[in-house]
Write a protein that binds this ligand. Structure first.
Ligand code: GDP
Ligand code: MG
Length: 215
């Protein structure tokens, strides 16, 4: 993660702030979180992904305004079909959430259901800015979670829903991220808590050590 801190500091001193959106990608193990993030940032599907927790930085133009977009590809140490809740640090950092399950893995869908309920409670009953993403539609002959089930879950939670294939389509994946970014920018419904962005980023760097920038 490289955030050009010096440039940000001098811009902040001059009173100009580029809009920033922090997106946390959540989901059970092996549902395709990293594949979705890499597809969105590079347009490529590379098949196998590292298991290093990473925050990527990317500039995106939304409604004609250039926005700095940070995406945290989270690791799920609890394994397949189970999903840890975001940490206090992740909740402070995140403006919105991409919540992923695989249409081939019912446990990942049930884990997403529990995660949505938890996010809803954390947001004090308000709508958390979430897009629910059902991945791996290219393998729909092995589907075990129907599109209706996904739609119903999203409807009940008041969040957006998309079925995608990170393996086959850049556009579906980009739509999911862009939809969430627009929602976040429209609402900023999850106020960032006490610690400033830069402090969080420093501590994340200290924890994970990885430095990567994708533009
Ligand atoms: P993560 O643990 O949630 O980050 O999952 P990964 O992104 O590492 O993906 C887990 C496995 O699923 C990898 O072998 C990917 O190649 C595969 N995968 C991810 N997305 C898709 C998809 O849309 N279709 C198919 N067929 N495989 C996918
Ligand atoms: Mg991953």
């Amino acid at each position: 993660m490289v955030l050009h801190t010096k440039t940000q500091e001098s811009l902040a001193r001059s009173g100009w702030h580029r809009p920033q959106v922090n997106i946390l990608v959540l989901g059970a193990e092996r549902v395709g979180k990293s594949a979705l993030v890499i597809r969105f940032l590079t347009r490529r599907f590379i098949g196998e992904y590292s298991h290093i927790e990473t925050i990527y930085t990317h500039n995106v133009t939304v409604d004609g305004e250039e926005t700095r977009f940070h995406v945290w590809d989270s690791l799920n140490p609890q394994g397949r079909g189970v999903m840890a809740h975001p940490s206090e640090q992740q909740m402070r950092w995140a403006d919105g959430f991409v919540l992923v399950y695989s249409i081939l893995d019912r446990r990942s869908f049930e884990a997403a259901r529990r995660q949505l309920a938890w996010l809803h409670r954390e947001a004090g009953g308000a709508r958390a800015p979430v897009v629910l993403v059902a991945n791996k539609t290219d393998l729909c002959h092995q589907r075990v979670v129907s599109v209706e089930e996904g739609r119903l879950l999203a409807l009940g939670s008041g969040c957006a829903f998309l079925e995608v294939s990170a393996a086959e389509s850049y556009h579906e994946v980009a739509l999911a991220f862009r939809q969430l970014m627009a929602t976040v920018q429209g609402s900023k419904a999850v106020p960032r808590r006490a610690a400033g962005l830069r402090g969080i980023i420093r501590s994340v760097s200290a924890v994970f050590g990885g430095k990567r920038r994708v533009d």
